[in-house]
Design a protein around this ligand. Structure first.
Ligand code: RP5
Length: 168
């Protein structure tokens, strides 16, 4: 039997946690084991580098790295590991998160970080699940179900709107 996949969620500060809640919840709902930790590319660079270097041997298969402002955490982690890194820009500053987004997305060739939207916490989790789905058919199946549900929800919304419009 295959072991359960593990996703590491790392954030630059505990002030990022609130945004990460949706990500953690989504991964839990899909049955993915997660480890959540705070480590900063700037304030605790040694710990961050050590985490990234050891991530593969610790059994993680995807890393989600969230950071705000000059958000170098995802890029630094990607520099030290061959695992896929998903970067989650946090809207934490006076620049509305654009600084975080650009710091994460503009990686030089050779060191990709799969960047989701500013505060795109749920998508970070779903992308991690889709990456796991390449190896684990059960997660692919769960993603198909998730998409079916989403489609049904849109149709429900459409029907509700049509009813409202017909009542005008
Ligand atoms: C970044 O700086 C963190 O990811 C956080 O988004 C931001 C602010 O950190 P705190 O000053 O709130 O600890 O490194």
């Amino acid at each position: 039997m295959l072991s359960q996949p593990k996703v590491a969620i790392i954030m630059g500060s505990d002030s990022d946690y609130q945004v990460l809640e949706k990500c953690i919840k989504t991964l839990n709902e899909f049955g993915v084991e997660t480890t959540v930790l705070v480590s900063s590319a700037h304030r605790s660079p040694e710990k961050t580098a050590q985490f990234a270097k050891e991530a593969e041997e610790k059994g993680y298969e995807v890393i989600i790295a969230a950071a705000g402002k000059a958000a170098h955490l995802p890029g630094v982690i990607a520099a030290y590991t061959a695992l896929p890194v998903i970067g989650l820009p946090i809207q934490s500053s006076t620049l509305d998160g654009l600084d975080s987004l650009l710091s994460i997305v503009q990686m030089p060739a050779g060191v990709p970080v799969a960047t989701v939207a500013i505060n795109g916490s749920e998508n970070a989790a779903l992308l991690a699940i889709q990456i796991l789905g390449v190896k684990y058919p059960e997660f692919r199946k769960k993603m198909h179900l998730y998409k079916e549900k989403m489609k049904d929800l849109v149709e429900e919304k459409n029907l509700r709107l049509q009813e409202k419009l017909n009542g005008i």
